[in-house]
Write a protein that binds this ligand. Structure first.
Ligand code: ADP
Ligand code: AMP
Length: 218
């Protein structure tokens, strides 16, 4: 199965992707995570991406499409993928169609998780991420067992530099103007499925899993 996971920043894409990837044995490809790793490693691409990420903007399409194409060409993607946070513009969605065609793969579903803006701000400003394995927590809604320590790998939890209130507001503006239009794009292709992401993590997961199960059985 080749699945796209969409939704505004903070809706729970990464949280759900972590669980869905395990359930359906799919590689979890998060462009945000790829950029954060590049920043950590200090690569040229990481330095360039950081300029946009810190302001809450989008990294230019040609950079993002390039890294996704390279990643999708790896052998572990032939059986399926879970794309988290890509595509985020119409240009990226069109480029992804071309890449899929070249690689003889097809998109099975574009799943969106939706949450209202006020709740997104609460989620993002309380988010904590493991410096080592990238697992996501929330200070109130999904805390780690030991404060600031990852349950999975005992890594240190940190607050992303783009999870400040001003950057979050900018990211929500960008989502509404640049990313929302791709919902129509996938609706027209009959691939879109929307889910209410305001409910507890496990309820959202149960609903999306049931939907993907049906897709898999088709
Ligand atoms: P995204 O990848 O869409 O930006 P995340 O998965 O990182 O979002 O989730 C944003 C924050 O909200 C994290 O701190 C996460 O623990 C928390 N979160 C995710 N899903 C839920 C939920 N259903 N209810 C409450 N908090 C959630
Ligand atoms: P995320 O981890 O999905 O919240 O992404 C963090 C940041 O990485 C975003 O705010 C963007 O600056 C950048 N980014 C991630 N994915 C994309 C994408 N598909 N297109 C452009 N920028 C992206």
């Amino acid at each position: 199965m080749h699945i796209i996971l969409m939704g505004p920043p903070g809706a729970g894409k990464g949280t759900q992707a972590e669980k869905l990837a395990k359930e359906f044995a799919l590689p979890h490809i998060s462009t945000g995570e790829m950029f954060r790793n590049a920043v950590k490693e200090g690569t040229e691409m990481g330095k360039k991406a950081k300029e946009y990420m810190d302001k809450g903007g989008l990294v230019p399409d040609e950079i993002v499409v390039g890294i996704v194409k390279e990643r999708l060409s790896k052998p572990d993607c032939t059986g399926g993928v879970l794309l988290d946070g890509f595509p985020r513009t119409l240009e990226q969605a069109e480029a992804l169609d071309e890449v899929f065609e070249e690689l003889k793969m097809k998109i099975d579903a574009a799943v969106s998780v939706d949450v209202e803006a006020e709740e997104l701000i609460n989620r993002l400003t309380g988010r904590r991420v493991c410096r080592n394995c990238g697992a996501t927590y929330h200070m109130k809604f999904n805390p780690s067992k030991v404060r600031n320590i990852c349950d999975h790998c005992s890594g240190e939890l940190y607050q992303r530099s783009d999870d400040t209130i001003d950057t979050v507001k900018e990211r929500l503006i960008i989502y509404n103007s640049q990313t929302l239009p791709i919902i129509e794009y996938y609706k027209r292709k009959g691939l879109f499925a929307g889910f209410d992401g305001s409910r507890p993590i496990n309820e959202v997961f149960t609903d999306i899993s049931a939907y993907l199960q049906k897709i898999q059985e088709k």
